[in-house]
Design a protein around this ligand. Structure first.
Ligand code: PRP
Length: 215
């Protein structure tokens, strides 16, 4: 396809966005407009490079990419696994490293080992279901929550949680511990399946440029 078409990037708002933009700057992809802290604009354009950028809620990034509203997305592996969209995951950016874990009080370790029918609170019901049903062959009740997941075992909503652990501070400060590890996580680049074919040259170049600057 011709280089006239704009390549559109969907970036997950929050922790990953700043680092992503820093990485893009290192390979000469800049978007000055996006740096204005007072702007209420939702989409930013680099006319010279024929690029567009927008920030979206993390879980919506794979959706934009699957439907081709964005050609390329940057989002956490946790979101990719949870959303299960038809997209290509092409690169591990190596930042935003953390782990998806099953956590709880030390006393819950026994319940996991004996395959008891326990309750699992999580923001990631698909990941939790896949782990317990397909990997561990353990029947559990999954309870979907939207945040502060560590509260669940403390107040008796569930025996364990399936959640992200980064530094481990939240667990420690709440008397909880990692009981099992589900998988490692980090920021990934995802690509729309049609864009990958139609704009293969530009996208492949972008990926190889990114590879040269990531550690
Ligand atoms: C995440 C995660 C843990 C915490 C882990 O929550 O759900 O609660 O960070 O980080 P730590 O191991 O460094 O303590 P987040 O801050 O995204 O908010 P949430 O509770 O709304 O999910």
């Amino acid at each position: 396809m011709s280089d006239d078409r704009y390549l559109t990037f969907a970036l997950g708002k929050g922790r990953l966005a700043k680092k992503t933009l820093q990485l893009f700057e290192q390979i000469g992809i800049t978007c000055e407009e996006m740096k204005d802290p007072d702007t209420r604009k939702l989409i930013f354009v680099n006319e010279e490079l024929k690029l567009r950028f927008f920030l979206a809620k993390g879980p919506d990034v794979p959706t934009y990419v699957e439907y081709g509203a964005a050609d390329i997305g940057v989002v956490g592996k946790d979101t990719i696994l949870e959303e299960g969209r038809n997209i290509y995951e092409v690169l591990d950016l190596g930042f935003g490293k953390c782990r998806m874990c099953i956590c709880g009080p030390e006393s819950a370790r026994e319940l996991l080992q004996h395959h008891e029918q326990i309750r699992v609170a999580t923001k990631y019901p698909h990941i939790a279901k896949d782990y317990f049903y397909n990997k561990k062959h353990q029947t559990v009740e999954i309870i979907k929550l939207n945040g502060s997941i560590e509260l669940a075992p403390i107040v008796g909503l569930s025996e364990v949680i399936c959640d992200i652990v980064e530094t481990g501070t939240t667990l420690k400060e709440n008397g909880l511990t990692v009981l099992e590890e589900v998988c490692p996580l980090s920021a990934r680049v995802v690509v729309n399946q049609v864009s990958m074919k139609m704009d293969n040259e530009r996208i492949t170049r972008l990926i190889s440029d990114l590879k040269t600057v990531i550690k």
